[in-house]
Design a protein around this ligand. Sequence first.
Ligand code: PMP
Length: 307
Amino acid sequence: MSQPAAPVNNSLAYLNGDWQPLTETVVPVNTHALQYGTGCFEGIRGYWDGKRINLLFLAEHLDRLHRNAKLLLMQAPTPAQMSAIACEIVARNQPTANIYLRPMVFKKGTTMGPVLVNVADGFMTYMQFLGDYLDTSKGLNVCVSSWCRLSDNSLPTRTKATGGYLNSALAKSEAVLNGYDEAIFLNDRGQVCEGSAENIFIVREGMLHTPDRTADILEGITRRAMVTLAKDLGIGVIERPIARTELYVSDEVFLVGTGCQVSYVRSVDRRIIGDGSRGPLTTRIQQAYEDAAYGRNPAYSSWLTPA
Ligand code: PMP
């Protein structure tokens, strides 16, 4: 039986100073970013609380984008300008369900050659509706990837550079082709790094453990929120190098990110984690995160920007 066609996302999008329906936005085929992967971006969730959209960690995402663009020798609009565009996209499209915003700084010039200087910069933001990115209700079956994470001295993963996502795509594709839901990268030192688009936490001896910021990870904003929530819940967090085989003996493993939110891992390389169900610390932290994101806990209202 044929599947019904997915609805076309044709919300108004911002591209280099203009507002257009997303399907009408155009860049030349020789755009530098398309040829060489010279862009960096953010993913920002907006949660519908029944009355309005609240953008989660808007300022933190735009601050990260601004810093990453600078590292990559790109000129981003100011965080205030990008924030105004993010709010305007919500105002223009009036969504009444959870959304995801994708702001991107990119080399819009058409100069030939892989160089970052003397190529014009562009900026765009588009919106789409987004439910769960990974299924958060059932556990994920993940594998350790045979692909190694890019190293900071090759292509800094902390920059969220568009070109770097080919590394993620190779790992995720291998995982899917082999029947897994997601891939876990090791870095070039053989230590646990992160998922294809998520940071990772393990639970051992009642504490959360996660790779530190020099482990070639993206410095995730959800990861940082986990550290805050854990502290507030009285759960210890240790940031340190994690060995591959620690995954297999962990009591709990979960992935976090703007897209996947908090998703528990059921098995790693076919070894069941705990009893295969969502563990107690994961359950507590996932609940706390969802309460904060949906504006149900006033203690975290500063995380939300009503748009
Ligand atoms: N690692 C990678 C490689 C990612 O793409 C993402 C998603 N942005 C994350 C981690 C999670 O980061 P954040 O919590 O900031 O969304």
